[in-house]
Design a protein around this ligand. Sequence first.
Ligand SMILES: Cc1ncc(C[n+]2csc(CCOP(=O)(O)OP(=O)(O)O)c2C)c(N)n1
Ligand SMILES: CC(=O)[C@@H](O)[C@H](O)COP(=O)(O)O
Ligand SMILES: [Mg+2]
Length: 625
Amino acid sequence: MNILEQIHSPAELKYLSETQLEIVATQIRELIVKTVAQNGGHLAPCLGTVELTLALHKVFSCPRDKFVWDVGHQAYAHKILTGRLEKFSTLRQKDGITGFPNRFESEYDAFGVGHASTSISAALGMAVARDLDNEDYNVIAIIGDGALTGGEAFEGLNNAGMSKRKLIVILNDNEMSISQNVGALSEYLSLIRIDEKYKRAKKDIQRILGNIPKIGGSVLKTANYVKDGVKNAIVPGGIFEALGFNYIGALNGHSLTDLINVFEKVKANIDGPVLIHVQTKKGHGYLPAENNPSKFHGIGKFDVLTGLPIASNSIVPTYTAVFSRALIDLAAKNKNITAITAAMPSGTGLQKFADVYPKRFFDVGIAEEHAVTFAGGQACIGKRPFVALYSTFAQRAYDQVIHDICLQKLPVVFCLDRAGLVGEDGPTHHGVFDIAYMRQIPNMVVMAPKDENELRQMVFSAVEYNCPCSIRYPRGNACGVPIEEDVEILPLGKGEILQDKENATVAIIAVGSMVKEAMVASEKLSLENINCSVINARFIKPLDEELILNIAKKVKYVVTIEEGILAGGFGSAILELLNQNKIYKPVIRMGIPDEFIEQGTRNELLKECKLTSEDIIQTIKDFEE
Ligand SMILES: Cc1ncc(C[n+]2csc(CCOP(=O)(O)OP(=O)(O)O)c2C)c(N)n1
Ligand SMILES: CC(=O)[C@@H](O)[C@H](O)COP(=O)(O)O
Ligand SMILES: [Mg+2]
């Protein structure tokens, strides 16, 4: 009997017994595994929150009670239980269910997420609004131990604790970020998790509390004092209580009985900020994910029976792998090279660097702002830090890049991976703003390689430039060109003429991932007697003004193409340059339009944004008509 298929809203969970809920948990797990095996997605985080999600929806009344997920990559069970069961097979597909809670997708998704550490701030905002409206629903933030290492989470905790407002923070502690969680907080949590004396004392007190069916306020308060006294005596600090929260935990996050029992008590007695510490296992219920939660944090298609990825058979390296190799080779020649990640060692490729140079590798947790300023500090003392961030996550540290690095001309190199359209993660993760936001900053060199060999050259060249540099490269496989071991240092601010036809009527000025598309288009256009010159700009800042102006003077019009937003992007820079030099010719800018691009495969989205060679051809043919 498939109970799950009979559930049309979470309210119906209130009529199910715990035995029935256990069956539903199994059915949800099976559905998540099957769907992620086909579509890819965040399997391990979602498997770890099935019971937690069921207990939340059993006890509380979403959407009146607000559930604010943090990152939101663990919310598939929430989506399945809130009216999206039938469409769940479209997870992360174009025009399908999104991989993160999304306000436009469902009233049950109280806040749009994807970037970490925002849930407490958003939840407190909702609690304040509730109180101003004299309403009485609950607001619940669900945040992971990794996301809790993000500074904004502490800003939220600090403000919430002082506010004394009724707010529930559920700490979903699976002892993992994407890989091993880092930092003093993580060690503190492990102290609470493992302290047997504390757990014994807590069990005894909970038994006492549990045996008194109707606990009067004074008895409950006294018992809590005893519990807190015991805890504070054993577990130093009670950091959350120091911040004004009533701390409850650590609960078994896979025990529906424990979860429902505590949630009911909190719901009945809440009179201020409460933090419920829930201990879960990332990947719970699917052995391959339990055994390797990092690999199954975010995974592509895989075989359910074996857990083995159904890998693409490409032998072309990813840009990430090329970057990682280049940095390792550079570090072998330069002992001052250091590498910094914000909780993404595997995704940025820096784990390989850490394996070779562990003392020069730093994972600072989900703390991009700290990572940048931390790099600035290192650079003041002669180190040459490379900060590897996903373009989208680097947005968190914009002021630090300006104030702590560029203003001080510190030689920090930003390696922005996942720059451009990332695909199934959708608008929260597309790295489309970095060209615009980096080129605005004085003293910053902004580069984008046309292929993997040029990426290697840029990594080596950035150190020679001895100034703030940003190198951006896309998610996925590179171009499949040979990589020269002996690296040519690129002259700063110099682009490259790939094709300079005397009778050219148009100059295509491309940067980064779009250079390959420009060359393909140019070759096809020449078959139709449309002659193009093609420039690989290489540098978004400083532009190769001489090269660009010389070519522009010889043609009737210019086409620029970038995998970034048009507003203030590379094409804008070319427009500004031509205008400043009184070259008043048409400039057709191709790039990401002024809108958030939804999810899909990377190729689907490049087509949607008209960033393929065919689109360049059509654009030029339309203009030539
Ligand atoms: C600002 C930001 N930086 C990095 C990430 C990438 N990221 C996604 S999930 C994750 C780890 C989150 O750990 P945790 O909150 O413990 O959740 P878990 O995966 O363990 O369930 C990271 C680093 C992000 N989403 N947002
Ligand atoms: C949820 C999150 O932010 C990360 O897991 C992200 O989805 C990883 O992206 P990649 O798959 O491109 O490494
Ligand atoms: Mg975690």
